[in-house]
Design a protein around this ligand. Sequence first.
Ligand SMILES: C[S@@+](CC[C@H](N)C(=O)[O-])C[C@H]1O[C@@H](n2cnc3c(N)ncnc32)[C@H](O)[C@@H]1O
Length: 375
Amino acid sequence: MSDLITLEIADLSRGGAGVARDSAGRVVFVPFTAPGDQITARVVSAEKRYAQGELVEVLKPSPQRITPRCPAFGKCGGCEWQHLSYDLQWKTKVSGAKHALSRVQVDSNTVPFDELPAEQMWEYRNRIQLRGFRDTLGFYARGTHDVVSVQRCDIARAEINAVWSEAKVEGAKLTRPYKLELEVSPASEGGHVSKAWNAGHSAKGFRQVHDAQNVKLQKWVQSQITPGQPVFDLFGGSGNLSLALAEHAPAVHCVDIQRKVPLADAPANFRLHSGNVLDWLKAEVPNLTKQLSGKPCSAILDPPRIGLGQDFSGIQLALKTLGVNEVILVGCDPDSWARDVSRFVRMGWKVHRLGALDFFPQTPHVESLARLVFH
Ligand SMILES: C[S@@+](CC[C@H](N)C(=O)[O-])C[C@H]1O[C@@H](n2cnc3c(N)ncnc32)[C@H](O)[C@@H]1O
């Protein structure tokens, strides 16, 4: 298992690793490599048809390689694509979303596909989660809970880096290892950095991490919703994707499992509901169906990484009963998103438009978008 092998990286997988074939024709995935690299790697785990490798040495670098900006690149568990041009990162993300669809027999070539790459590829994250103890402050290392100490983070917003030293001094006074979340509030709330010590994940509730890309996502979703129809924003947070729609919709129902406080200036026809999406639908569909009396409605579905999972059938049925004729499906995991798209297709929905958006430059993550219609 620990033998070194020489490989030529042929491709980049959507999971992030470079892809090569060893002398026996077996596929080997090697993180931190670029297509065209000649490398030596150590095989760290192997199945019959593929193996996972660890980069040992770049013998001849690919022309596609660029110099990573961060000194912790390769050690930190954060961004693993700093050695790749943004152009290659983006192409791989788009082909990754399309590949996920093709695996579940959904053809992405017959409908428009909107590409929404990032213009701001560095200093974009409005919140980060750090780990620290004594004179160490940084991120978990790749695949372990060891902490890689860093002095700044190049994908975090400048406001976050500005309080780094101060946070480290405060953290050094604590007697135990700690978790620290630093978050820049939205510009409309002053753009201040808050520190949450040892709080749960996303201390202040879910928020998209890239503000400029979030504006693009909001606009894309708005452009896909037929004005004048009631809107159900399921897994909606505080209405990030639907609040603006209230201007053109008779009603917006935003449902999220986390209890949210309505914005002070939210219009009266924007209604926040707390609860599990499927439970809420089961309880509310009979009343809502009477109120809506057969008028067409729209739905936005932006579930967590697992997608709609085992609730798919119940949610899909409720949407049909409500008279929903268009669904905007947003997914942060291409495989679970594609699985949900394919399940809608099997239930008679048609894919009308697709897209991909980048919330996480320098990493393989991609947000996948679909508009599905039912007639
Ligand atoms: C990817 S976030 C999207 C939030 C929102 N669309 C936004 O842009 O801010 C997923 C949201 O789903 C919520 N959630 C997770 N499971 C849920 C469930 N079973 N029912 C309702 N909400 C759920 C989470 O609290 C989270 O706010």
